[in-house]
Ligand binder design. Structure first.
Ligand SMILES: Nc1ncnc2c1ncn2[C@@H]1O[C@H](COP(=O)(O)OP(=O)(O)O)[C@@H](O)[C@H]1O
Ligand SMILES: Nc1ccn([C@H]2C[C@H](O)[C@@H](COP(=O)(O)OP(=O)(O)O)O2)c(=O)n1
Length: 672
């Protein structure tokens, strides 16, 4: 997951290959609650691992439920219709799929519970659900603003003989919450059938359909008359199905369906394969497939998979009632940027009460990209920018809304080849923590992947600076010196002195270096050598093998392979001069020999390696001399490099300076 302040996505040409989607949020949280309420143990497979599911799992633990999670598999010991903890204070983040059903379930069970969330959660209405619960005898009080969380729940005196009325035109989650909670009462001795009447037109019906299907899996068969009356038969009670699989998230699929439809068609490529969900999904958002087809996407489907590629181009503008796909419809708004005229998405009032006011947010951000946008209480109309001259490089605000971030990434497919900046990319953690990683794994850039080069002499702080810049930008990091150190070590292990007579054999070793990198660690032929390559002797060997032209040539391809989306920071001696000559930013880092010897001394001592400053200084000057005067790619500043002497600068000051240089070269307009 990217937890950077922002993530810059270079312009993308297309996506190809295959992507496997994470589990559905809506199904995951419903299944978790049902598994907690039922009798018996349930093993949940392919569970989504995200902020919203973590919040639900924590709440279930707080209620005394046995919960064991191992990656995407969870084993839940059901409470058998009783709360084991009669009192609890539950923090539910911004997860509507936890707040609403837990409120209803706990209100029906009774106890002393407080339910809270982040500030935005306290702005998301819950009054219609609370009204319905109070009317049937539950004790639910507002702890802050009436109509909104936080809430306090007490003991109920249930009256279930009259039909229960609940509004269906603000959020279908209120009805879902009652449908999940009331079977707990239907099983009590003497209970009658429980009837729920929906007041107003029910929005987002497909989500209610998911609820009904999952209730059936847990042994409760609700009868429905149209979408206005639901009856829970007396005697209903929850029974674990034993094991249950969560489908991949159809809403998450929408971003990849869109990306497939936006991809340039290339010879020999057969579009993007999306695994985990197919057109026969029980999730309502799968109907996004139809909407994407209307816009021109070429989509085929099989059991649990979809395959997408560009069909009509430009995409066809649409005028669509999106009530049935409220979440995925946001993706249509992003696709509308590539249409042949204005597109109108209607009946989307629910967008206004989601993670943010999504109509307002979408209008503001799409305008930044160059679109003309009209918004109404329940619709949005998007006129795309001119495909070549109308686009602007924008820094997109994401409002702590995962879908704003994922939709924003689709702006990178613009034909103007402009990058897009996604602010606070971490917000995708709500439903799809690895979204950007998944996108980058299948995406191809339409411009060279950006590279920042940091070259300079030993102990000038290149590694420290380059890895921190990489961390701050979410870029990959190449420590090219490590490759020479690894080559030197591989040569020693093969019994080869780093001498000119062995150059050809050492170059062969370098060409097929069996190396693997992990965060802060490195392996050679399966053995960890993280510390072994850091000794001064290994540095000296590296310096010697690095003077051989055929070794340098052999390592070139490996170094180029590090330039992957979304970008790279590379440190070494010849990053700017030889390896990445077209890099948009090159920094030549220096510091006085005294400072460098002192820094290296401290660094070695802190690792428990004994060292002597005077000999370190002599060594590093000898290494400088060799690296600078060798014939092959000597250490020198590229002509277009910016010089940074950090003798008197702290690490932070150096980092801020380089980031400022980088930012000054970006085309993004300041965020509103
Ligand atoms: N600007 C700086 N000020 C003070 N110490 C620094 C600075 N930059 C790096 N260092 C320290 O110097 C040591 C050597 O830095 P390193 O990044 O390993 O250098 P290089 O990769 O150039 O050999 C590290 O312990 C690091 O913390
Ligand atoms: N791009 C590079 C990187 C390192 N080298 C050589 C020269 C250096 O003395 C050795 C070791 O590099 P490394 O960056 O690990 O060395 P320091 O950490 O700066 O001491 O490799 C090179 O020739 N070209």
């Amino acid at each position: 997951m990217f937890d950077t302040e922002f993530l810059d996505i270079p312009a993308l040409r297309g996506v190809h290959g295959a992507v496997r989607l994470p589990g559905s949020k809506s199904i995951s949280n419903r299944v978790l609650l049902l598994a907690a309420l039922c009798e018996g143990q349930t093993t949940v497979h392919d569970l989504l691992d995200s902020d919203d599911t973590r919040v639900m799992l924590d709440a279930l633990r707080a209620l005394g439920c046995g919960v064991q999670v191992d990656g995407t598999r969870a084993v839940i010991d059901g409470l058998g219709g009783r709360a084991r903890q009669p009192a609890a204070d539950l923090f539910l983040g911004n997860a509507g799929t936890a707040m609403r059903p837990l409120t209803a379930a706990l209100a029906v069970l009774g106890g002393d519970y407080q339910l809270r969330g982040i500030p935005r959660m306290h702005e998301r209405p819950i009054g219609d659900l609370v009204d319905a619960l109070q009317a049937l005898g539950c004790t639910v009080d507002y702890l802050g603003t009436p109509g909104y969380p936080p809430l306090r729940i007490g003991q109920p005196q249930l009256r279930l003989d009259q039909p229960i009325a609940v509004r269906g035109d603000v959020s279908s989650q209120f009805l879902t919450a009652l449908l999940l909670a009331l079977p707990l009462a239907a099983g009590q001795p003497g209970a009658q059938d429980i009837v729920i009447d929906v007041v107003g037109e029910l929005i987002s019906q497909p989500y209610v359909e998911i609820t009904l299907q999952l209730l059936a899996r847990f042994g409760v068969r609700v009868q429905r008359q149209g979408w206005s009356r639901f009856t829970i038969p007396s005697g209903s009670h929850y029974q674990s199905p034993g094991a249950i699989h969560v489908e991949a998230d159809a809403s998450s699929a929408s971003y990849f369906i869109a990306a497939g439809a936006l991809s340039e068609r290339a010879e020999g490529q057969n579009g993007l394969q999306i695994d985990g969900v197919g057109e026969d999904s029980i999730q309502g958002d799968i109907r996004f497939v139809d909407a994407a087809r209307l816009m021109g996407a070429d989509i085929v489907s099989g059991p649990n998979w979809l395959r997408v590629r560009r069909g009509a181009w430009p995409l066809k503008a649409i005028d669509l009632d999106c009530n049935h796909i409220p979440d995925a419809a946001m993706t249509l708004a992003a696709m509308a940027l590539y249409a042949d005229g204005p597109s109108t998405l209607r009946n989307i009032a629910s967008w206004r009460v989601k993670e943010t006011d999504r109509i307002a947010a979408m209008a503001t951000e799409l305008r930044k990209l160059g679109a003309t946008v009209e918004e109404g209480a329940d619709y949005i109309r998007i006129t795309p920018p001119d495909p070549v001259t109308g686009w602007r490089a924008a820094s997109l605000h994401t409002y702590d809304d995962h879908r704003m971030a994922m939709c924003g990434s689709l702006a990178a497919f613009n034909a103007a080849c402009l990058p897009v900046r996604i602010e606070d990319p971490r917000c995708v953690g709500k439903t799809y923590p690895d979204y950007f990683e998944a996108l980058f794994a299948v995406a191809e850039a339409s411009v060279p992947v950006p590279v920042i080069c940091v070259d300079g002499p030993t102990a000038s702080g290149k590694g420290t600076l380059a890895s921190e810049i990489a961390h701050r930008l979410g870029y990959h990091y190449l420590d090219s010196g490590a490759l020479y150190r690894l080559t030197g070590l591989a040569a020693r292990q093969a019994g080869l002195e780093p001498e000119a007579v062995n150059e050809a054999e050492i170059a062969d070793l370098a060409r097929a270096l069996p190396v693997r990198f992990g965060p802060g660690r490195v392996w050679l032929a399966g053995a960890e050598v993280t510390d072994a390559i850091r000794t001064e002797a290994a540095g000296m060997d590296a310096s010697r093998v690095s003077a051989f032209p055929s070794v340098r040539e052999a390592l070139l391809k490996l170094q180029h392979e590090f330039a992957r989306l979304p970008g790279l920071v590379a440190d070494g001696r010849d990053m700017g001069t030889q390896v990445f000559p077209f890099a948009p930013l090159k920094v030549f880092l220096t510091a006085g020999a005294a400072q460098r010897a002192e820094r290296r001394h401290k660094q070695l001592i802190s690792k428990g390696i004994s060292a002597n400053i005077a000999s370190l200084r002599a060594d590093l000057q000898a290494r400088d001399a060799r690296d600078t005067h060798r014939a092959a790619s000597p250490l020198k500043a590229a002509q277009d490099a910016l010089l940074l002497d950090n003798s008197q600068l702290s690490v932070d000051e150096s980092v801020e300076q380089v980031l400022a240089w980088w930012q000054a070269r970006q085309p993004f307009q300041a965020s509103a």
